[in-house]
Design a protein around this ligand. Structure first.
Ligand SMILES: *[C@@H]1O[C@H](CO)[C@@H](O)[C@H](O)[C@H]1NC(C)=O
Length: 308
């Protein structure tokens, strides 16, 4: 314990190991990540353009969807370009400030995405359970307020995490066995006692995650009970189609983030962790626009109107 404190410093740079343990798969990973990055950016840009150009889609649900798309673009751009750069140049270094910035933006995006999905669940609840009051309950002011709160709560979360991490000092070996400056991986490198920060981060993560999931879940319980009370099957289908895109996104997002964060923090799972986070940073932002465009009649109609 006495030797722990020497060789501690706050400056310097980190090294992101990424996939350098798999030299034979390097090229495949580069192509895969590049592909997912381009699809994510393109897909989300297309969603933004469609919603902007189609007056019919200027409803709260699609405006929140735009928020989500902006967030997804930011999210992938925080992680993928640096990761690609590291894999292509084989220069694994990332400066301390770059690492903190990546951490901040990554937490910001993840937390805000949770809040926005919760907001969208509320929007679907109002649309399906109290449709007559929809215009009144989801007015412009309230939508702006909800999105303002989502973005700012996310920023506060990220700020707290980043401040906590910036207080740490690190040992000489600064190798992060991950694809980006992931919080837990940085925490492992700190010298001195950081367990209380680790606990704080886990508790906060679970609180935010579970609170949002409980809110989303209770919205959907009411939505489902309302849908089940509808007499005709065509009416039921219609009501369901109004929330199916959102529920798909929620399931994707919650399942991946749960699977990523609930595992025990042990050494063997680090490699598994990296592969799982590929889903999280590559696949999820790519799927959102697909889910909303392929499964959503309004978006397809709007796209057709724009193109024809
Ligand atoms: C996000 O949502 C708010 C509130 O509905 C809206 O005013 C704002 O324009 C949206 N932002 C984007 C980038 O779509």
């Amino acid at each position: 314990m006495t030797s722990v404190l020497h060789n501690c410093s706050t400056q310097g740079e980190f090294h992101l190991v990424a996939f350098s343990n798999y030299p034979h798969l390097q090229l495949a990973f580069i192509i895969g990540i590049c592909f997912m990055y381009l699809i994510s950016i393109l897909g989300n840009l297309i969603i933004l353009i469609i919603v902007c150009l189609a007056p019919k889609l200027h409803t709260p649900m699609y405006v929140f969807l735009c928020n989500l798309s902006v967030l997804d673009i930011l999210y992938v751009s925080v992680i993928s370009p640096k990761l690609l750069f590291i894999m292509i140049t084989e220069d694994t270094s990332i400066s301390y400030s770059q690492c903190l910035l990546q951490l901040f933006l990554y937490v910001f995006c993840a937390a805000t995405e949770f809040y926005l999905l919760t907001t969208m669940a509320y929007d679907r609840y109002v649309a399906i359970c109290v449709p007559l009051h929809y215009i009144l309950l989801m007015n412009k002011l309230k939508c702006s307020l909800l999105s303002f709160v989502s973005w700012n709560l996310g920023a506060v979360n990220a700020m707290v995490y980043t401040l906590l991490i910036s207080k740490l000092s690190f040992s000489d070996s600064k190798e992060i066995n991950h694809l980006f400056c992931h919080m837990m991986s940085i925490l492992k490198l700190s010298c001195g006692d950081s367990t209380h920060i680790g606990i704080l981060i886990i508790v906060n993560g679970f609180t935010v995650g579970f609170m949002c999931m409980i809110l989303i879940f209770s919205s959907y319980m009411r939505i489902i009970s309302t849908i089940l009370k509808i007499k005709t099957s065509s009416g039921r289908q219609k009501a369901f189609s109004r929330c199916s895109s959102h529920i798909t996104t929620v399931l994707l997002f919650c399942l991946t983030s749960l699977s990523l964060n609930m595992k025990a923090e042990n050494g063997q799972s680090e490699e598994q962790d990296k592969l799982l986070s590929m889903i999280y940073i590559g696949v999820v932002p790519m799927l959102n626009p697909l889910v909303y465009s392929l499964r959503n009649k309004n978006v397809i109609t709007a796209l057709r109107n724009i193109l024809l």
